[in-house]
Write a protein that binds this ligand. Structure first.
Ligand SMILES: [Zn+2]
Length: 318
């Protein structure tokens, strides 16, 4: 009898243990992991540095389609990334918009200090943000949280990753143009211009990426950071375990619904497993308003986003 009880308890323990076992995301295509992203690099991320990049971008003014500030922002990112050993490539294209054909520029970056990267091949991971701000004629829209915050996080991420240069070779940074719709909110044919073009161009690469991580509206500590509902199940589980490891489980919340954003073309057009992390903008009364200014974001929230993303990358490469 006692033996039976012990056996029963043992089975129960095994069931619980298996239920908690973390599953690794299944690689979808062939880009091999180039090196681990160390756990020590997680604490290396500085929210202050990320905030300084957001401040610098904000000083150029609004960055909507065709603006001078967008061009200055591209030059700023190219200069900052070059200092860190990252090579950049502008991806210029013409998009068909409700106001006619428009010119757009995505910016791609790879850690490759000693040579030019092979742009016909891919790293396993894409880390993405949009760089444009939504066009508003009636007021000055600075877009500090939408899209300055995620852009600042990516530049600081480039610094942290290049400290451990082997791991940096796993990541391509992508700054999308034209995420914002020209007319109202993003729809299938208005908005996501940069990510739609980028995803289609991946067809030409001989080696494809496996996973796309898209960050958006990540700098406000007062609004939860949502794991979009169309996030790959295994990436969601990695994100939840990374959040609890960093004691961020109250801030990082799974979201039942899906939000149309740059991850959608990566998922539907390029067949990548995606992770969509986006601040709950419906809780932000300044979203797409004049008030999306520097006082809405904090170095602490940027640091939490950066550390969370690094912890996820660490888990994916260990
Ligand atoms: Zn927006």
């Amino acid at each position: 009898m006692i033996k039976t009880i012990f056996a029963g308890i043992l089975v129960l323990i095994l069931v619980i243990a298996c239920g908690e076992k973390e599953e690794e995301p299944k690689p979808i295509t062939g880009a091999a992991i180039a090196g681990t992203i160390s756990e020590e690099s997680v604490s290396e991320f500085s929210g202050k540095n990320a905030f300084a990049h957001v401040e610098a971008l904000t000083a150029f003014g609004p960055r909507p389609i065709g603006s001078e500030a967008y061009q200055k922002s591209l030059q700023y990112l190219e200069t900052e990334l070059a200092k860190l050993g990252w090579k950049t490539k502008r991806q210029n294209f013409t998009g068909i918009t409700p106001i006619g054909p428009q010119e757009f520029t995505n910016l791609l970056a790879r850690y490759s200090p000693d040579s030019d990267p092979d742009w016909n091949s891919s790293t396993p991971f894409l880390l993405c943000s949009h760089l444009d701000t939504k066009l508003f004629a009636e007021f000055e829209f600075l877009g500090v949280n939408d899209s300055g915050s995620s852009t600042g996080v990516l530049v600081e991420m480039a610094r942290v990753l290049s400290v451990k240069n082997e791991g940096a070779k796993n990541v391509e940074l992508v700054f999308f143009d034209g995420e914002e719709a020209i007319l109202k909110n993003i729809q299938s044919k208005d908005g996501l211009y940069g990510s739609r073009y980028y995803a289609a161009q991946l067809d030409k690469r001989l080696i494809k990426p496996q996973i796309g991580i898209v960050l958006d509206i990540v700098g406000d500590p007062k609004i939860p950071l949502l794991i979009g509902g169309d996030t790959h199940q295994k990436l969601e589980s990695h994100t939840r375990s990374a959040a609890s490891k960093l004691n961020l489980q109250n801030w990082v919340q799974p979201h039942a619904g899906t939000i149309l954003d740059d991850h959608v073309p990566l998922m539907n057009r390029a067949n990548l497993a995606v992770l969509h992390l986006i601040g709950n903008f419906s809780d932000a009364d300044y979203w797409h308003e004049k008030g999306d200014t520097l006082d809405k974001i904090t170095p602490g929230a940027l640091e939490n986003t950066g550390k969370l993303t690094l912890q996820i990358l660490h888990q994916l490469t260990k």
